[in-house]
Every structure is written in structure tokens, then in C-alpha cells.
Design a protein around this ligand. Structure first.
Ligand code: 5AD
Length: 349
């Protein structure tokens, strides 16, 4: 057992902390230590980025998915989903609307849909690149092969988000069907890095079967990967999935994990995710107070937003929506933060 004193010392050298030390910080029920962790993470984020939050316009291009992840509402086995695919024109008008609002990063996110792959996807990316030369294009479309990632990069994509979900192989296998291999996911992350993408990875907090020993390993994995972006949110059950009766992840563990992500990865771009905003009304601001520096408002066409439900009660209006940035700014005002309308690339190391 680490004492409070030794845990506090651990905070002084978190970047070199061992996996058991990280686990002890996650396990601690010392509220003073938890507060200290958050204060240090926020201070570090402010040192890197100021009291500023980067925005990304999130366009959910398809809720069709070939995968059947046990936690996810848009899994292929869920027959209760109203499936949709945006057309290229719909994506382009979402970008146009986003650009007018002021967004300079577009995130194309979706299930692993065979429709939005190959040459069709490459030409969409090329089209966005040509129309918005100064904007960043982020993709979040799951696992592909090297050549496809490379073609998309050459077409103009800059960043790629692909959460590893959990570094523990057995745990990974308990969350995914046997058609999915953790090694393929990890290889995809290595490929993306090698091609030159700014890469994001991350986990759900509190997914069924997860322990703090797993999370400590995840922190270590993320630290070694040195991603430009880290996406972390609580697991939230979706009623039409095999894991739909499990409880949601806790806000406190999510904030602790986020704070440790910041302390271990000072320059990373870390969003206060929609899942944390869904879990708790103060979740987003609490995440920013724990070292997050990005928000990704929803820019999808309004008529499809409700159908992109990865989990129950997902919020997609108000300050969560691209139309709600004024509301978001008002929330940020309460903690002395402001929106940064820049592209928000990863700072050079
Ligand atoms: N709760 C929280 N996050 C989820 N995701 C998928 N399903 C859920 C859920 N039930 C997350 C996964 C995935 C990302 C797109 O959404 O981490 O990588």
C-alpha cells in the first residue's frame, strides 16, 4: 500500500511512475489526492495551451457497421437501429455549415461501413481538402489496411482516431466478437503513425470486466505510443446490446484517468467527450478541470443525430451541438476558459 505521502511524491514524477504506482493512484480513495491530481493536470494543460479549448466539428457519416462490439449501440447485430449513410453532398454541406460557424477541423466518424471505404471515401476526403485547404481533416472510421490509410493520407487526411479500447487481451476479447483481433487494432495504430497521421487512441472507463490494473496498463500503453490525441469517456450501457445491463463507468474514475493522461502526455490533445457530458451535467467542465483541452460539437445533419446512438441518452443538442457554440462559450466563461478557433494541431515535441 502506498501512503498518502508517497502517492503525493508519485505525482511529482508521474511521467516515470511504474504501472503499480499508477494503479495505486487510480485505486486511492483519498479525495485530497484526487483533487491534487486534477489541479496538477489542469495547470499543466494551461501551461501548454493556455485557458483555451479547441473545437472539432463532428460529422457522423454512417451508422452502418460490419462489427458487432458487445458494448456499442450501432453494432451490426442491433436490428433496432434506423441505419443511415450520409451522401457526399450531405457531408460537404455539413462542412460548409461548420466552416461558416468557424470550425477549422472536421472529424468524419462512422461505423465500419463498406460504403464509405475505398475510392468513394478517398474522393470525399480529396473534395474536402480542395474546398478547405486550411482545415484539418480527422478520420475515425475504424480498422483498415495500410494501403487504404495511406491513400486517405495522400488525399488530404491529417489525423486518425482509433481507440484501442483496452490493452488487456483477455478483456479485449470479452468486449468484442472473435472476428475482431486486438493485434489488428494495435497494428493499425502503428501503421497510422508510420504513415504520418496525428494519431489518437483511448479507452472507455468502466467497461464491464475492467479493473484498475487494466487501466494502469492502458495508461502505460498510451504513454509509450505517444499519441497526438487521447479519447477517453465512461462506458455507458445501451439497452439493445449484450452489455446493456451493466452499470455506467464512474465520473470520478474517468476524471482521474483523464488527469493522469494529461500528466503523462503533456502535449496531447484530450477531448472532454460527449460520453462524459452525457454521464453528468457538469461532466464536460469537470473534464476540462482535469486537463482536457478539446470539445467536439456535433455537426451531423439534425435529422440523423438521434440514430448515431452508441449508448443510451447520448446528448447531441445544446452546447453539444455545433449550433450551440455560444452556449458552450457561456459554460466555458464560468471557469475562465475560451474557445480557440484555430486548427489545433498537436504541438511539436
Ligand atoms: N459507451 C461509451 N462509449 C462507447 N463507445 C462505443 N460504445 C460505447 C458505449 N456503450 C465508444 C468506443 C468507440 C467510440 C467511437 O465510442 O470507445 O471507440
Amino acid at each position: 500500500m502506498l501512503t498518502t505521502k508517497s502517492k503525493s511524491d508519485t505525482l511529482d514524477h508521474v511521467a516515470t511512475a511504474s504501472i503499480p504506482e499508477l494503479k495505486a493512484l487510480l485505486d486511492s480513495n483519498d479525495t485530497h489526492l484526487e483533487h491534487e491530481l486534477q489541479v496538477r493536470a489542469k495547470t499543466l494543460a494551461e501551461l501548454q495551451f493556455g485557458r483555451r479549448i479547441y473545437l472539432r466539428g463532428l460529422i457522423e457519416i454512417s451508422n452502418v457497421c460490419r462489427n458487432d462490439c458487445y458494448y456499442c449501440g450501432i453494432r451490426s447485430g442491433n436490428e433496432r437501429v434506423t441505419r443511415y449513410r450520409l451522401t457526399a453532398d450531405e457531408v460537404m454541406s455539413a462542412c460548409e455549415r461548420g466552416y461558416e460557424i468557424g470550425f477549422r477541423t472536421f472529424v468524419l466518424q462512422g461505423g465500419e461501413d463498406p460504403y464509405w471505404r475505398g475510392e468513394r471515401l478517398v474522393s470525399l476526403v480529396r473534395n474536402i481538402r480542395t474546398s478547405y485547404p486550411e482545415c484539418a481533416i480527422t478520420l475515425s472510421l475504424g480498422e483498415m489496411e495500410y494501403a487504404e490509410y495511406e491513400a486517405l493520407f495522400h488525399a488530404g487526411a491529417n489525423r486518425y482516431l482509433l481507440r484501442h479500447e483496452t490493452y488487456d487481451k483477455e478483456h479485449y476479447e470479452s468486449l468484442h466478437p472473435s472476428t475482431m483481433a486486438q493485434e489488428h487494432r494495435l497494428q493499425a495504430l502503428r501503421d497510422l503513425k508510420q504513415i504520418g497521421y496525428q494519431v489518437g487512441t483511448g479507452v472507455m472507463i468502466g467497461s464491464p470486466g475492467q479493473t484498475t490494473a487494466h487501466l494502469a496498463q492502458d495508461l502505460d500503453f498510451i504513454h509509450r505510443l505517444q499519441p497526438a490525441m487521447i479519447g477517453v469517456g465512461p462506458f455507458i450501457p445501451h439497452e439493445d446490446t449484450p452489455l446493456g445491463t451493466y452499470p455506467a463507468g464512474s465520473l470520478s474514475m474517468t476524471l482521474r484517468f483523464l488527469a493522469l493522461c494529461r500528466l503523462l502526455n503533456p502535449r496531447a490533445l484530450i477531448p472532454a467527450t460527449t460520453a462524459v457530458a452525457t454521464l453528468h451535467p457538469e461532466g464536460r467542465l469537470a473534464a476540462i478541470r482535469s486537463g482536457c483541452n478539446v470539445v467536439m460539437p456535433n455537426l451531423s445533419p439534425l435529422n440523423h443525430r438521434a440514430d448515431y446512438a452508441l449508448y443510451n441518452n447520448k446528448v447531441y443538442s445544446g452546447s453539444e451541438a455545433a449550433e450551440g457554440v455560444a452556449l458552450l462559450q457561456a459554460q466555458l466563461d464560468t471557469i475562465g476558459y475560451q474557445i480557440d478557433w484555430g486548427r489545433g494541431d498537436a504541438p511539436a515535441s
